[in-house]
Structure formats: C-alpha cells, structure tokens
Write a protein that binds this ligand. Sequence first.
Ligand code: FAD
Length: 146
Amino acid sequence: MSSEPDSDKPHPHLTDLKTDKGRLVVDEYLEVPGHPEVFASGDAAAVPDLTRPGEVTPMTAQHAQRQGKQAADNIAASFGTGIPQPYRHEDLGFVVDLGGTQAAANPLHVPLAGLPAKVVTRGYHLLSMPGNRVRTTTAGSTTTWT
Ligand SMILES: Cc1cc2nc3c(=O)[nH]c(=O)nc-3n(C[C@H](O)[C@H](O)[C@H](O)COP(=O)(O)OP(=O)(O)OC[C@H]3O[C@@H](n4cnc5c(N)ncnc54)[C@H](O)[C@@H]3O)c2cc1C
C-alpha cells in the first residue's frame, strides 16, 4: 500500500487508516474496519492470527500467498459471488538455507539443523517449483547443492 512502488509512503487516501507497526490494520476477513471497500493482505497488513489470539500473522510468503487468495475471494464475495471467509492458517514452520551444508528448519515444529535441515529446505524449495521439468533441471544442477 504505497503511492510509489517500493516506497514506504502510504497512498494519500490511506493516510488516515489505522496501522500497527506500519502495517494496515484489517480484520480476519482482510477488510479494513469501517472501510468495506478496502482490503489488504501480506506484509502490508496486520492480519489477526486466529491460531494465536492477540497476535498478528508474521511477515512470511507462507501467509502472504494464502491471504492474497483469501482477500480475492472475499472481494468477490463483497460483490455477491461466494461467502466471505475469515483468514486462518496454522503456521507450518520455516526453512532457511544458509549455503553449503548450513541450514535451519522447523518443519511441523520439529527443530532441525545442519544436513537434515538442508535436505528438508532444498526438498521444500524444489517441490515449490512449478512443473517437473524445472524441478528436475534444478535438482540436477550442482549449484543447487552448494
Ligand atoms: C531476504 C528475505 C528472505 C525471505 N525469506 C523468506 C522465506 O524463506 N520464507 C518466507 O515465507 N518468507 C520469506 N521472506 C518474506 C517474504 O518475502 C514476504 O513475506 C512476502 O514476499 C510478502 O509478500 P507480499 O506480496 O505481501 O509483499 P511483496 O512480496 O513485498 O510484494 C509487494 C509488491 O508490491 C509492489 N508495490 C509496492 N508499492 C506499489 C505500488 N504503489 N504500485 C504497484 N506496485 C507496488 C512492490 O514492488 C512488490 O513487488 C523473506 C523476505 C526477505 C526480505
């Protein structure tokens, strides 16, 4: 939500809206309270985390992707197509590739480090790629494993 790409200046129409640490406050339907015409999701939005009452969802792609889809569905619902649904997603953990054999991962909240974390991290990233051809090419590349 900015007036210029990659700028932190809010759009002039949004300056009077409530923010939480710079993120636009929305309800669990990703709608700005009092402004049914404004939706926000991802890093730009402070979305209530229904799995952790009182908290907002962390700024991760895991949430941003799912919130974007939910926001689109809820916008469609506001025009009469479908029923608005609250955003709810149980965090699945994290994967961090630090290069070489160094990595950290917490798949389904099982803490891993070193090579096991590397295998999980690379496996997850490969599975996230679109299409088997891209996956196979990437998996076969030596740079994938260095
Ligand atoms: C170094 C780094 C590593 C990360 N690693 C992970 C990870 O391993 N796993 C994970 O889940 N998350 C990770 N994240 C977080 C993840 O990247 C973000 O949470 C996610 O990209 C947020 O998605 P978004 O769509 O909300 O915002 P963004 O991805 O930031 O997209 C916003 C887009 O809007 C554009 N934009 C801004 N203003 C305007 C405008 N006025 N008009 C038009 N376009 C505009 C921006 O240019 C940008 O392209 C990482 C982030 C960083 C910085």
